[in-house]
Design a protein around this ligand. Structure first.
Ligand code: ATP
Ligand code: MG
Length: 270
């Protein structure tokens, strides 16, 4: 075999944000509506985004923030992954970093937040996304944002529907959260998404029809698009290591076997 089956393996990474996110237009429209008041220096609608793993919550939030950035310089988008940054000081440091605030002195979180507030003055509003919010260990950062930042929208994303019940009532009443639930993709949508990714990632005609159908079925059963991305990449590598130009059923079966041998919580390791 000459060359590779893959054109671009980056397109199979779970963090890859495609140009288009089909089947989520309705949700994108809703998120955009929640941000809209910021253009007029008013508070937007705060939102709790819920739904199972691997169904486009993070991708949709990032998509809407990217659209916002492409269309205006007046609203500052702030995306924070609270799994990576799970305390108020870490979150405040990250906001400062995103705002290009560099300080030579060692500032307390409160002092740093004061600088952040000053910097936000030049925008008509701030659109915050706190992803994986259920991982956060304290909510001081959220109180400060609610109290001290004049025009903002706050999206909280979680895949634990029961999480909100544990949240401090004072915080809940300040946030006035609307809710939006993402449902898993149906079979045809799952197929559409995986075909689209395949176009970015593989050279044309590299997939045997049945092999790819097997991946779609397994992905649909798991309700998690990450499963499909993992299987596509792995099956492609299996075919390559055989020196084959085509990815066949046996390559997918080998990828499935690898999956079986892994820990059960797919979201945590793929
Ligand atoms: N409609 C879509 N079109 C194209 N790719 C999609 C779509 N929905 C999800 N994906 C892809 O599936 C993968 C998982 O999506 P995402 O990271 O948004 O999941 P999530 O709902 O945030 O899951 P979790 O709750 O585990 O964080 C990503 O690579 C994403 O690009
Ligand atoms: Mg996510």
């Amino acid at each position: 075999m000459n060359g590779s089956i893959f054109i671009n393996t980056v397109a199979l990474e779970q963090t890859y944000l495609p140009k288009l996110l089909p089947y989520r237009q309705e949700q994108h429209k809703y998120l955009a509506e929640c941000i809209k008041p910021l253009f007029k220096r008013r508070n937007g609608t705060n939102l709790l985004v819920m739904g199972g793993p691997g169904i486009g919550k993070t991708a949709s939030a990032k998509y809407v923030l990217r659209e916002l950035m492409e269309n205006t310089d007046n609203i500052m988008p702030i995306y924070i992954n609270c799994w990576k940054r799970d305390t108020s000081p870490k979150i405040i440091n990250e906001i400062a970093r995103l705002m290009d605030i560099v300080s030579v002195e060692k500032l307390s979180s409160d002092e740093l937040f004061d600088r952040i507030i000053l910097r936000f003055n030049k925008y008509t509003g701030v659109a915050f996304v706190f992803d994986e919010i259920d991982r956060v260990k304290d909510f001081d950062f959220l109180y400060r944002i609610l109290e001290d930042i004049p025009h903002k929208t706050i999206f909280l994303i979680t895949n634990l529907s029961e999480w909100i019940a544990k949240l401090d009532r004072r915080l809940v009443s300040r946030l006035l959260l609307d809710r939006v639930e993402f449902k898993p993709y149906n079979f045809e949508e799952t197929r559409g998404i995986l075909y689209e990714r395949r176009k970015y990632a593989f050279i044309p005609n590299s997939w045997d029809y049945d092999a790819f159908e097997k991946i779609i079925k397994r992905t649909f059963a798991s309700k998690d698009i990450r499963m499909g991305l993992f299987l596509m990449k792995n099956a492609g590598e299996n075919a390559e290591s055989r020196g084959s130009e085509k990815i066949e059923v046996k390559d997918v079966e080998k990828a499935l076997k690898k999956l079986e041998d892994m820990p059960k919580d797919i979201g945590s390791f793929i």
